[in-house]
Design a binder for this molecule. Sequence first.
Ligand code: ZN
Length: 338
Amino acid sequence: MIEEHVAAEVEALRRVTDLVERVAGDTRTTRVLRVHAGDLANELGRVRTWRSLENLREAAGKLRAEALSYTQGVLLREHRLDDGAGPAVDALVTHLCAAADVAPDVVIGVNTGSESYTRTLDLVRLPPHCDVWHLPVVAHELGHYVIRELRHAQDKDARPLRELVETIGDDDHAEELVADSYATFTIGPAYPLSCLWLRIDPGTAARAGVTHPSWQRRVHVMVSLLTLMSAEYDTGQYSGAVETMLLPAWKQLTGQDATTPGEGDNPARTILTQLNRHLGHSRYVVGSNVTLAARALKDRTPMPQGVTPAHVLNAAWQARLRGDLDPDFNRRALEAMR
Ligand SMILES: [Zn+2]
């Protein structure tokens, strides 16, 4: 009887692979999916016990979920039901991957819950309501990808950010802190602002989970990183954002005047040293570009030369905090990122 179950699993994999191909065509993701589905089908063919079937079923289920999430993302975009977020996400991913010198081989899928990154298809899942103020989280999810992909300039086999994760804890929490720091380093205050205003529940901010450190610790690391960056690059532009936007938001949320380390060490210094060393071109440099981007968004004029998607994200957050929005703002900002 186990053969019937195995055949059903193999058929389910075939059907979902076909579906993805019909929707997305012959993309890199479709080909990667076909390889993974083929490997799983081969393993399923060798199954003789219910126990081993159970494990493979779980893996097959995860792969099908990734495939369907990808399909949803393609369909939403194709029918322009994403309100223009898709091309803006692409522009941000292209910008960040070019600066890090890694291939921009991530795809965007849809998730009803929180956003995530999964390695099999290099899939970043975003909620379908992703507007310009949610978009900074893409930089965090991309951070998980860059941690795996970034190679050492001299030694192509070395993975400096993976080594960094191992240095500071070698667990999920360490990786989350590096992904948070990558997002803060590359797109600046827009990322912690998006966390503070749209994600963090003050009632659970001090609670560490299995896969994630507490928000208390995460925010502390992000704030520390920006403060250290100001000292290192002799500019008040990072610490200024901490004083005028991040700490006031933290105070409003938790009642606390300052952030505190929470349950663990603060690895901001160690992380910044490695980000500077291996991702120097990725650093978010403010200059006058956020002001220029804000003015262009308000005046409905084209973005000036030199303004990156990261500058637009920060201009959007500043406009929101000033209460300087209009109903069309999100659409214009997403368009400006392309
Ligand atoms: Zn993460």
